[in-house]
Design a protein around this ligand. Structure first.
Ligand code: MEV
Length: 446
């Protein structure tokens, strides 16, 4: 098979046929086949479930599922499940959580739960006529989507606002119908998209009927109907704070106030420099994504929204802020966060269900609070390390462990390597050399 080969009907092949096709040019195909097979679940029911989450599935791809304990959030203690492949993320979050739990924990506030979506269309006609007719259209949009919204309305949610936006200054003939939604405890993507697509049908009908519009105005070009992942009305703020002296145990060789000053300058740098801001925010999402994934939520949506928010002032900057006021240190994170605790994968993936159970079956609001706290904890740990010891000492321990595992080191070899590489650079070649020497010496003795 060359790169240029177009495969037709791949999705209709049996899994084993897909594998045959896939492995035909792989030199160690027997071993590759066995490895791929070994990642399938022994319980057929669970494997089928996983296969159906996606398409053309041939096996699973595991990620570690860890727990960060001691998250004291709004007076309640949580053990937080985190799914991440990156070493140090869980340890860093846990370290922050424990530190702040002794100082009152995380204070978190949800400042809105509203999501939004738009029907994008172009229309050539008299703007005033459309604007004047809009109240009637709005009524029709609400009425015409009742079959979709009825259940959500029963749960206190539904369509909360509908607006006509004139965007002709940005693009010729371009308008939006922009709507705000309350999707209760669900992330609500399907609900929102279904409503918006129905808006398109209703708009077409509205323009054509009722003699409201001239002949040339009865046609509309619906471009698309889609939710926005930019949920600037679905915000959460997490904050930690303490007297400056309380920071002593994080300050390394410094005094607490010197540490606080450096910490604030590091956060300010992320506010003014895009190179640093991107990495700073990545560290926040290290923790947040891990909980978002563990609870079966959409981490791409959460990331997209967060990064757009970070650029809301026209320049990409830090999602967190910090400062000292009247001798009190604070560190704060505000960002949009659309997550659900019902619907989607949250109820389907057995481990997502377990994660929510471990968290005490939170509603969407509480889950927002937990995830934002983990983001802030991750940021606090990262910045604290950066301004004290640097991150490499912690990372290198994990890095060493990954290399040792890769080279198949046993328990004794790992222990010896940990001692040997204390304070030394543990690059791949150096670790391999160390193990080879150790193994040779052992062979000579035997
Ligand atoms: C590494 O995954 C994340 C950090 O780089 C975040 C940061 O620099 O703030 C440590």
């Amino acid at each position: 098979m060359t790169n240029k080969t177009i495969i037709s009907g791949f999705s209709r092949l049996e899994r084993k046929e897909k594998l045959d096709l896939l492995l035909q040019n792989i030199p160690d195909r027997v071993q590759a086949f066995q490895e791929i097979e070994s990642y399938r679940h022994s319980d057929r029911r669970i494997q089928n479930l996983h296969d159906e989450f996606s398409e053309n599935t041939i096996t699973n791809f595991y990620l570690p599922y860890g727990i960060a304990p001691n998250f004291l959030i709004n007076g309640r203690n949580y053990m937080v499940p985190m799914v991440t492949e990156e070493s140090s993320v869980v340890a860093a979050a846990a370290r922050s959580a424990k530190f702040w739990s002794a100082l009152g924990g995380f204070n978190v506030q949800v400042k809105g739960m509203s999501k939004n979506g738009q029907l994008h269309f172009t229309w050539k006609g008299d703007h005033d006529r459309l604007r004047n007719a809009f109240p009637s259209l709005k009524e029709m949009l609400l009425k015409g989507t009742e079959h979709i919204t009825a259940n959500m309305v029963k749960r206190g949610g539904g369509i909360k606002s509908i607006e006509l936006l004139d965007r002709r200054e940005d693009m010729e003939d371009y308008y939006q119908i922009s709507a705000g939604f309350d999707t209760g405890d669900s992330m609500g993507a399907n609900f929102i998209n279904s409503c918006l697509e129905e808006f398109g049908v209703i708009l077409k009908e509205f323009l054509r009927t009722g003699n409201r519009f001239e002949k040339g105005e009865q046609e509309v070009d619906i471009i698309m109907a889609i939710l926005s992942n930019y949920c600037s009305e679905c915000l959460v703020t997490a904050e930690v704070g303490c007297k400056i002296g309380g920071l002593k145990s994080m300050a390394g060789d410094m005094q607490a106030d010197e540490f606080a000053g450096k910490f604030h300058r590091a956060v300010r740098i992320a506010g003014i420099d895009v190179n640093r801001a991107t990495t700073h925010n990545k560290g926040i999402f290290n923790g947040m994504d891990a909980v978002v994934i563990a609870t079966g939520n959409d981490f791409r949506a959460v990331e997209a929204s967060g990064h757009a928010w970070a650029a809301r002032n026209g320049r990409y900057g830090s999602l967190s802020t910090s400062g000292t006021e009247n001798g009190m240190f604070y560190h704060r994170l505000t960002l949009p966060l659309a997550v659900g605790t019902v619907g989607g994968l949250t109820g389907l993936h057995p481990m997502a269900r377990r994660s929510l159970q471990i968290l005490g079956n939170p509603d969407a609001r509480e889950l927002m609070e937990i995830i934002a706290s983990v983001g802030l904890a991750s940021n606090f740990a990262a910045v604290s390390s950066l301004v004290t010891s640097g991150i490499q000492s912690g990372h290198m321990k994990m890095h060493l462990s990954n290399i040792l595992n890769h080279l198949g080191a046993d328990k004794a070899e790992k222990e010896a390597a940990a001692v040997h590489f204390e304070g030394r650079k543990a690059g791949f070649a150096a670790v391999e050399e160390f193990l080879n020497t150790m193994r040779r010496e052992k062979q000579n003795i035997n």
